[in-house]
Design a protein around this ligand. Structure first.
Ligand SMILES: [Zn+2]
Length: 246
């Protein structure tokens, strides 16, 4: 069953790539087949198989030979792994659905943020609605937690934006608002802390190795989302460890 979840994760992941790529670009979800963004060659069925097609094409479009970013097969593997791990971790239960929603959100927004430096509002609102429906079946505890978490998430980010003058953007604020709503106050605070920590390490590392310059902005969304996923699966453990170390 875990293997089947892995396969489903790959297939959904390939769809999430398309969503993350097309929503910020305002391309419509017409019936139009997937195409190469460079030469607009329509892709054949054998060019649409998750991960394998990229390997088979050696990372290039079969029409114009433009390089296809390894981000796409890597993100498909991420969703495959995430779906499989979620099933292994939660089994058949409501929290499995919660985890799959969180993983899907993570995949779509990472693609948008890396490609365009944008966390699209329609995606954030769509997942806000999905999680609100989820909460009808699995009440958050305490009941006020989503509201307070959402306000705190957006408020804390707004404060950082004001103080740092552009360290984070409006998209980050909406995302932290959503995550506060979805995860509650405690998990939100851990996610906030972890994302700052990972962002500082990776950002600092890229600066020191001169991969990026000081003026070059790096998308912060991936750090937030990966931190949210880590918090979901091991947040209680990390908080216990932290409180226990005093
Ligand atoms: Zn092409």
């Amino acid at each position: 069953m875990t293997a089947i979840f892995f396969l489903f994760g790959l297939i959904f992941g390939s769809f999430f790539n398309v969503v993350g790529l097309r929503v910020p670009d305002r391309s419509l979800f017409s019936e139009e087949r997937s195409y190469c963004p460079n030469c607009h060659k329509k892709l054949q069925w054998y060019e649409l198989i998750p991960v394998l097609s990229w390997l088979f094409l050696r990372g290039r479009c079969s029409g114009c030979k433009a390089a296809i970013s390894p981000m796409y097969p890597l993100m498909e593997l991420f969703s495959g792994g995430f779906f499989a791990f979620s099933f292994w971790y939660h089994g058949w239960s409501l929290p499995l659905i919660y985890a799959l929603l969180l993983g899907s959100l993570t995949h779509i927004l990472i693609v948008s943020d890396i490609k365009y430096m944008v966390l699209p509002t329609p995606i954030i609102l769509f997942f806000l609605a999905l999680f609100a429906v989820y909460f009808l079946f699995d009440y958050p505890e305490p009941l006020w937690s989503p509201l307070v978490g959402g306000l705190l998430g957006a408020g804390m980010t707004a404060l950082v934006i004001l103080i740092s003058k552009g360290g984070m953007g409006g998209g980050d604020m909406k995302l932290f608002g959503l995550l506060g709503f979805v995860m509650g106050v405690k998990a939100l605070l851990l996610t906030f802390f972890l994302s700052a920590f990972f962002g500082a390490i990776v950002g600092g590392g890229l600066l020191v190795t001169k991969v990026i310059s000081r003026k070059q902005p790096i998308p912060f969304g991936p750090f937030i989302l990966i931190s949210a996923c880590i918090t979901h699966f091991s947040g209680t453990m990390i908080i216990d460890w932290y409180l226990g170390s005093f």
